[in-house]
Design a protein around this ligand. Structure first.
Ligand code: FAD
Length: 286
């Protein structure tokens, strides 16, 4: 049976899932939390609610509706996507193959405020291990982050780099870092170099010489995931065509992660389009 994996259980992801499951396609929605709506209070501008609706009710109603139609909702964090025999989604807890992936991960992006980080982007600072590990083979690299996403990026780098050090930037690690990676918990003061990055300087005055720093703070953002599979991004936005296709066969994106109007109405519309296009794509393959 064909399978769609939707990443994100906000309005865009759930809307997409309603279309794919009703077309008879196995649909799994993986989401970490309630997304942007979880931070909202009352919603007064969404169609069909004469009285302001509580944002959290809107989330739980959408999830209940999808579950009633047969969508499997999984609470988990996606740390990577790629290709094996099929498309492949890697989470903290598990791994899923898919005929289609719909990225609906909202607009948040966690970039730490560290002196020099923006300056060395593309000159030693990267946001994607699977994309850029090759450039740092045989060299010392660091990963900034304290959770599963950082550990995943470190694991990508370990086989090809001389050394991998995970920098938690003053935080405690959320769990046990991967074997083979070194760790430093001290807060970072700055990234320094000349035309390219040379070292990380810590607030206690110590230094770590590195050729590359991979940023993997918090949860993998929409553009982090898109880059891993070769989809085009513009800043934090995933570039899609009028059918919500990323240009990578079988990979669609919907909602806030594609930019434009950051509103529920647009997220739901994008999700509906991505869902119907995913159905068309799968039927063409079969
Ligand atoms: C304070 C506030 C008030 C707002 N008020 C309004 C309003 O009045 N009207 C309106 O129309 N809009 C409002 N919005 C905007 C609206 O909430 C968003 O436009 C809408 O939620 C976007 O839907 P989405 O599905 O694209 O993303 P989101 O709702 O953000 O959902 C993203 C999903 O992706 C998941 N996710 C992200 N990364 C990962 C990962 N690595 N692994 C697994 N899951 C992941 C998240 O957990 C979440 O489930 C408001 C937003 C905020 C923050």
């Amino acid at each position: 049976m064909s399978r769609v994996v939707v990443i994100g259980k906000g309005p865009a992801g759930i809307s997409a899932a309603l279309y794919t499951v009703r077309a008879g396609i196995e649909t799994i929605v993986i989401g970490k939390d309630g997304g942007a709506l979880e931070k909202a209070d009352k919603i007064e501008n969404y169609y069909g609610f004469p009285e302001a609706v509580d944002a959290k009710t809107l989330i739980s109603n959408g999830i209940e509706q999808a579950q009633k139609l047969g969508v499997k909702i999984v609470s988990d964090e996606v740390v990577g996507i790629g290709f094996k025999e099929k498309l492949n989604v890697i989470t903290k807890e598990s791994e899923y193959d898919a005929d289609c992936i719909i990225i609906a991960t909202g607009s948040s992006r966690s970039s730490p405020k560290i002196k020099g980080l923006a300056e060395f982007e593309g000159k030693g600072v990267s946001y994607c291990a699977v994309c850029d590990a090759f450039f740092y083979r045989g060299k010392d690299v660091a990963v900034i982050g304290d959770g599963e996403y950082a550990f995943h990026e470190a694991k990508e780098l370990l086989p090809t780099s001389k050394s991998v050090t995970i920098l938690s930037n003053g935080k405690d690690f959320s769990s046990e870092p991967p074997m083979g990676a070194k760790t430093i918990k001290t807060e970072i003061a700055a990234l320094e170099g000349d035309t390219v990055l040379k070292k990380v300087v810590f607030k206690d005055g110590s230094e770590l010489e590195v050729a590359g720093v991979f940023v993997a703070v918090g949860v993998a953002s929409s553009s982090d995931l898109a880059k891993k599979i070769g989809a085009q991004t513009e800043g934090a936005r995933i570039v899609v065509d009028e059918n919500m296709s990323t240009g990578v066969p079988g990979v669609f994106a919907a909602g806030d992660c594609t930019g434009g109007l950051l509103q529920i109405a647009k997220a739901v519309s994008d999700g509906a389009k991505a869902g119907t296009q995913a159905v068309k794509y799968i039927r063409k393959q079969n």
